[in-house]
Design a protein around this ligand. Structure first.
Ligand code: NAD
Length: 435
């Protein structure tokens, strides 16, 4: 199948590479010239585990190419996938549809023969209708169907998730469009449930799923706070809960709060959409509020253990919103750093294995940056672990103790072995377990 993908970001690029690997002819389109030039010259523009190898292989085979030209990507396509951003509106927090509307308008004139236009971006209910209207207005004679094709990949596991989806949801009001997408995903039909539903149901499934996951994370985080005070152990509690099939054992890991480019914006967009429809989603509203507050509580936790020293230094390990990605968007780690600064911390040095460049674009010289974990910890009075990178699990505690001025660790990802840390002579705190 010939496929054009509009938007070559964290969703569009892994999706394009995955679809090329399945044997399709893919053209990735992006309006950012520098991104396309980098990709054309063989340089990846994002970090995702496992992406590089497949990218190289499919570029070499000629199954994937990159362009800034909408005409080049759309005019010969059987399927056009829209994967542009839907960021939150700065005031209302509703999904900002300007990129979707621009993409729909720009692609319209190049549709050529029957084409399915599938929206992979996370979009409010009714967006399919708007996209259809915009295309029809610009190109009244076009032969096309608009489909909702929500994306469920997890950053850091994008390639894994592309090839092992839990489900594929196709929201189509036309059987012809649904069948084209069923054909596309045929390689997965032996192992994955493919749902064909109404377009508006599909748009809702994505938001309802993300909001539910965000609430689940917030629930276990609050339960962890309770365990710390009540002398219970959050892992024993989560295990006991998770063995109930109705609850399930996933997403019961306590931490500093949910973040990333999806959960915060999608919970807000869902709540806004509900309010517009005269419905109050009180659980989602509570999770949004509680999760926002959590970042400042986590920063206070770090500040509260800082010893009274001259110019106390905070070493921060991790800035990405989670491991396996360089994405810092709405990262809890970044929010905690911002909160530390707001609390008056003046001496912060951070290290992240992949996200340093992205973090620098946001934090600039408000903090210092180190080349590795030990350099960050050098002379520090507290070490705060904020992202769950595998490397941080294997820190040499003896070496850390030697370089730090005060041996205190606040482990907001519960990565370290409490016994080993204490034996190494650190004061140590973690989430949901009294140490
Ligand atoms: P992104 O910001 O990484 O990428 C979007 C890309 O679209 C950018 O490169 C931008 O230059 C390009 N673009 C915007 N308008 C364009 C236009 N008119 N023509 C060509 N290119 C254009 O965004 P992302 O993280 O890939 O997310 C895309 C969508 O997928 C969002 O709606 C998001 O909510 C959803 N989603 C994201 C994830 C995730 O893990 N990142 C998971 C599931 C769903």
């Amino acid at each position: 199948m010939k496929i054009g993908i509009i938007g070559t970001g964290y969703v569009g690029l892994p999706t394009g590479v995955g679809l090329a690997e399945l044997g399709n002819e893919v053209t990735c389109i992006d309006r950012e010239r520098s991104k396309i030039e980098a990709l054309q010259s063989g340089k990846l523009t994002i970090y995702e585990d496992g992406l590089e190898e497949l990218f190289r292989k499919n570029v070499a085979s000629g199954r994937i190419k990159f362009t800034t030209s909408m005409q080049e990507g759309v005019s010969s396509a059987d399927l056009v996938i829209i994967a542009v951003g839907t960021p939150p509106h700065p005031v209302t927090k509703e999904a900002d549809m300007k990129y979707i509307h621009a993409a729909a308008t720009e692609l319209a004139e190049y549709l050529n023969g029957y084409t399915v236009v599938a929206t992979k971006s996370t979009v409010p209910v009714g967006t399919g209708d708007d996209v259809e209207t915009l295309i029809r207005k610009k190109n009244p004679n076009a032969d096309f169907d608009v489909v909702s094709l929500p994306e469920f990949l997890r950053e850091g596991f994008a390639i894994h998730d592309f090839f092992n989806p839990d489900r594929i949801v196709i929201g189509a009001n036309s059987e012809r469009a649904c069948n084209l997408l069923r054909d596309l995903y045929k390689p997965f039909e032996h192992k994955t449930k493919i749902l064909c539903v109404k377009r508006r149901s599909s748009e809702t499934i994505k938001y309802a799923s993300n909001a539910f996951l965000a609430m689940k994370i917030h629930y276990i985080n609050e339960m962890a706070d309770f365990c710390e005070k009540a002398g219970a152990d959050i892992y024993e509690v989560a295990n006991g809960m998770g063995l109930d099939n109705r609850i399930g054992n996933k997403f019961l890991n306590p931490g500093p709060g949910y973040g990333g480019s999806c959960f915060p914006k999608d919970t807000n967009a869902m709540a806004y959409m509900a309010r517009q429809n005269g419905v109050t989603l009180s659980l989602i509203e509570a999770a949004i509020k509680g999760n926002d507050l959590r970042k400042s509580l986590m920063a206070k936790r770090i500040i509260n253990v800082l010893p009274e020293k001259d110019n106390p230094k905070i070493a921060v390990l991790g800035l990405a919103f989670k491991c396996g990605t360089d994405d810092c968007r709405v990262s809890p780690a970044m929010a905690i750093v911002e909160n530390l600064l707001a609390e008056g911390a003046q001496n912060i040095m951070a290290y992240d294995p992949k996200a340093m460049d992205n973090a620098k674009k946001v934090l600039g010289d408000k903090i210092a940056y180190a080349d590795d974990a030990y350099a960050a910890a050098n002379g520090a009075d507290v070490l705060a672990i904020l992202t769950e990178w595998e490397d941080f699990k294997h820190l040499n505690l003896g070496r850390l103790k030697e370089v730090m001025r005060t041996p205190i660790i606040v482990d907001l990802r519960n990565l370290l072995d409490p016994q080993a840390v204490k034996e190494a002579g650190f004061a140590y705190s973690r989430i949901g377990q009294a140490c």
